[in-house]
Design a binder for this molecule. Sequence first.
Ligand SMILES: *[C@@H]1O[C@H](CO)[C@@H](O)[C@H](O)[C@H]1NC(C)=O
Length: 326
Amino acid sequence: MKGHCEHISPQWWRVLLLFFHNGSYRFKLICGMFLVLSSLWLASRASLIMGWHYDPNEPKLQGARYRYTVLLNTWKRDDLLKQSVAHYSSCKSVDAIRVVWSEVEPPSDNLQSILSASVFSRSRNLQHIPEFRVDLNEDDNLNNRFKPIEGLETEAVFSIDDDVIVPCKTLEFAFSVWLSAPDSMVGFVPRMHWTDSKPPSYTYGGWWSVWWTGTYSMVLTKAAFFHKKYLDLYTYHLPPLVREYVRSERNCEDIAMSFLVANATSAPPFWVKGRIYEIGSTGLSSLTGHNHRRTHCLNYFSSIFGRMPLVASNVKVVTAHREWFW
Ligand SMILES: *[C@@H]1O[C@H](CO)[C@@H](O)[C@H](O)[C@H]1NC(C)=O
């Protein structure tokens, strides 16, 4: 009966015996499980015992390079805007929150002061309270969301819709992925362009096809990191026909950005594992005919570019922090 369990204290012997007195096989199984669990527990404490400690606040990791700007696109949804500004104010490496406002009426003074106050009260980084600004655009043009913004201090931009909440921990992890690949887009919502049998035509692949195949070639700008240089490229170097299409059709600005980055890097984006939350009611993508319009964008944009720049990938980035098995 004793075997490998000799170090268990007598009280535990008694408890275990009480429950498993009629089966030594089951008892051994329990012993084994106990050993496995205690070694896992020990392993999780190993960094403390072994002195494997890393200080993420080392001086060299400070400064604007290690922070990002949240570029928040909103449209006529003040309640959602309040929620997301409050949330992103509480994330550690946020340098600034810039709201892209695309309405004739500027935000009311009341709304402005509620937003500024929540940035101040929710910020957890007292050495660096995020700067907060609303950038006004009088026209309702979807291209506004990628306009270069004045006074941008960081290289990293996190582009987000007002109805999407990414938990701070998930966001910080994705940011660390972006730091390793600052020319790439790094995001949470992957999509695919499927090639049809009769070229040159493409079909937009939504969530189901990406989930089923594990293949993607875009990450949507409703929740993605990219370098601020792409704001300039989008506004001043994207073919005018593409921008005109985005403006008139009020759609596909994210596909246009994916084309732009893929054309510049000849590489796929990065899909980061992480749960994100949609706080508004049903979004655009649930409307019927949405994928049809997205398919049209893929084909139209690739005809303007003269080729299909998107590159497919099967890489999904996960944090190794809790991944025990290689
Ligand atoms: C695609 O990239 C090439 C090489 O960097 C560049 O010359 C070209 O202008 C880009 N095309 C578009 C449509 O942006």
